[in-house]
Write a protein that binds this ligand. Structure first.
Ligand SMILES: [Mn+2]
Length: 431
C-alpha cells in the first residue's frame, strides 16, 4: 500500500499568496507528520506567470523543496493560462533529498525503491521496470489549440475528449500488468469531468469537457488524482480492477467568495486492489456574503455583524438599488460596521431607469393627440386623462380647485386613478 498526499490548485500569485502559502504550508506539515510516501501536485501551482524575483515564486519553491526533503514529488502541468508552459521546469533543478518529477507531457513514471522516479520516455511503458513500487500515468492539460490546428476548431473539443478516451483505454493493459504483480496504478490529470460540481455548486454539463467518469475508470487505474475544479469531490466504482476511486482534491485554499465546503488536501491509500481518499482540511479563510434587496440597511448589517462576528473574515456586501437611490448608499458606514473584517468587498448593482419614448409626440397638432400618444407609450388609461384635459380647457382652474377642495363629486369625470409613475423599470441589471 502506498500513501499519497494529493495537493492541487495552489494558485500562487500576489493576490492569493497569503491564503495559498498559509494553507499549503499547513497541509505540508500534516502530510509530513503522517509520513506520506509520495506527494502529487495536480496542476495550477501558480495563478499566472511569475517572475523569478516575485515573493510568490520564492514561497512556492521553498514549500515544494520542503516536500521534496520529505518524499518524492510529482508535479503535473495545469491550465496554461495559470501555469504557462515551462513554469514547472525549474522544479526539476530544485534538489532536495528526493527528486521532483515534472509531468508536462503525456507519459508514465514509476516510483522506484529509494524514491527514484523512472520515466517511460514514450507515452507508456513497453515493459515495466523490475522492482517498481507504484505506476503513475500522467495526463497533463491538453493544449486544445494544438488539437484545433490539426482537426479544426469546430470539432477540437470533441476530438480532445475522444483522443483522451483512447489514450486512457490504452493505459489499461499496462495498469493490468502492474496489478498482476501487486503494484498499484495511479492516474494524475488536470481537467473537467462531465457532470462534476464547480466550487459554486454549479454542475458542469456540456460537450467540451475532457473526461467522463467512464473514460477515467476505463483506464483501470485504482486511483485517479485530479486537479482543475476547486471543489473536492469523488466517484467510486467496484470493477474487475478492484475498488476504483476518482477524486478532485479541490483548491488548497479559498480564493473566491461564494465557495462552500472545506478546502484541503487528500490523503490517498492505494494498493493493487483498492483506493481510498480522505480530505484533510486546511485553515482556509472564512468568507461571508451579506445580500440586500434594496438599499443596505445599516441596522440589520450591524445586527448581523454582532451575531456572526466578522473578525478576520472576508466579507462581501451586495445590494441592488434603483438608479435614483444609488447615491443614498453610505459605503463609508458599511465599511465602518465591518471594520474587524480582514477584507471588505462592496458590490452595488444599479437597476437603471429607462424612459420610454413616445415617438413623434412633438409633431402632433393638438394637446389631446399628445395625451393619447403618451398614454399609449406608457400603457396608461387615456379616458380619464382626456376627460381632465377637456375640463381644463372648459373651466377656470380656480373653479376646479374649489370643487376638489370641497369634495364635491363631478359626474362628468370617470373615476379612474391618474397614473402617477411614468417611468418603466427594466429588469435588466447592470453592474
Ligand atoms: Mn485551478
Amino acid at each position: 500500500m502506498i500513501r499519497i498526499a494529493h495537493f492541487s490548485d495552489l494558485h500562487y500569485g500576489p493576490k492569493n499568496l497569503t491564503e495559498a502559502d498559509h494553507c499549503f504550508g499547513v497541509a505540508i506539515d500534516q502530510a509530513i507528520a503522517r509520513g506520506v510516501d509520495v506527494a502529487v501536485l495536480s496542476g495550477d501551482s501558480t495563478d499566472h506567470a511569475l517572475d523569478l524575483h516575485a515573493p510568490s515564486a520564492e514561497r512556492l519553491v521553498t514549500q515544494v523543496r520542503r516536500l521534496a526533503d520529505h518524499c518524492p514529488v510529482l508535479m503535473l502541468q495545469g491550465t496554461f493560462s495559470h501555469e504557462p508552459p515551462g513554469t514547472l521546469s525549474i522544479f526539476r533543478a530544485l534538489g532536495g533529498r528526493h527528486p521532483v518529477h515534472v509531468a508536462d507531457r503525456i507519459g508514465q513514471v514509476c516510483l522506484m525503491p529509494g524514491g527514484r522516479w523512472q520515466s517511460s520516455g514514450a507515452w507508456a511503458f513497453d515493459a515495466l521496470p523490475p522492482g517498481l513500487l507504484a505506476l503513475f500515468s500522467c495526463v497533463p492539460t491538453v493544449n486544445k489549440a494544438v488539437v484545433a490546428s490539426v482537426v479544426g476548431a469546430a470539432v477540437a473539443a470533441e476530438a480532445v475528449g475522444e483522443q483522451l478516451a483512447a489514450l486512457l483505454a490504452g493505459f489499461a493493459p499496462v495498469h493490468r500488468r502492474a496489478r498482476a504483480t501487486g503494484v498499484p496504478s495511479i492516474g494524475v490529470s488536470h481537467g473537467t469531468v462531465y457532470g462534476c460540481l464547480t466550487e459554486h455548486g454549479v454542475p458542469m454539463a456540456g460537450f467540451d469537457h475532457e473526461f467522463t467518469t467512464g473514460t477515467l475508470f476505463g483506464a483501470e487505474a485504482q486511483a485517479f488524482l485530479l486537479g482543475h475544479i476547486h471543489a473536492h469531490q469523488g466517484w467510486d466504482q467496484e470493477s474487475h480492477a478492484g475498488r476504483q476511486r476518482i477524486a478532485y482534491a479541490g483548491s488548497i485554499g479559498r480564493f473566491h467568495h461564494g465557495e462552500a465546503g472545506d478546502k484541503g488536501f487528500l490523503l490517498w491509500e492505494v494498493d493493487a486492489a483498492s483506493a481510498v481518499s480522505t480530505l484533510h482540511p486546511t485553515p482556509a479563510r472564512r468568507t461571508i456574503d451579506i445580500v440586500f434587496q434594496g438599499k443596505p440597511d445599516l441596522e440589520s448589517l450591524r445586527t448581523a455583524v454582532a451575531e456572526q462576528g466578522v473578525a478576520g473574515a472576508h466579507v462581501r456586501v451586495r445590494w441592488t438599488v434603483c438608479e435614483e437611490d444609488r447615491h443614498g448608499v453610505d459605503r463609508a458606514a458599511i465599511e465602518e460596521a465591518l471594520a474587524s473584517a480582514e477584507d471588505v468587498k462592496l458590490e452595488g448593482r444599479i437597476v437603471p431607469i429607462v424612459r420610454t419614448r413616445a415617438a413623434g409626440i412633438s409633431q402632433m397638432a393638438s394637446l389631446a393627440q399628445k395625451v393619447k400618444a403618451w398614454a399609449q407609450a406608457t400603457q396608461a388609461d387615456e379616458i380619464p386623462l382626456l376627460a381632465c384635459l377637456a375640463e381644463l380647457m372648459a373651466t377656470q382652474p380656480q373653479d376646479i380647485a374649489t370643487r376638489v377642495l370641497t369634495g364635491e363629486p363631478d359626474e362628468d369625470l370617470p373615476s379612474a386613478e391618474m397614473p402617477g409613475e411614468v417611468d418603466v423599470l427594466e429588469t435588466a441589471v447592470h453592474d
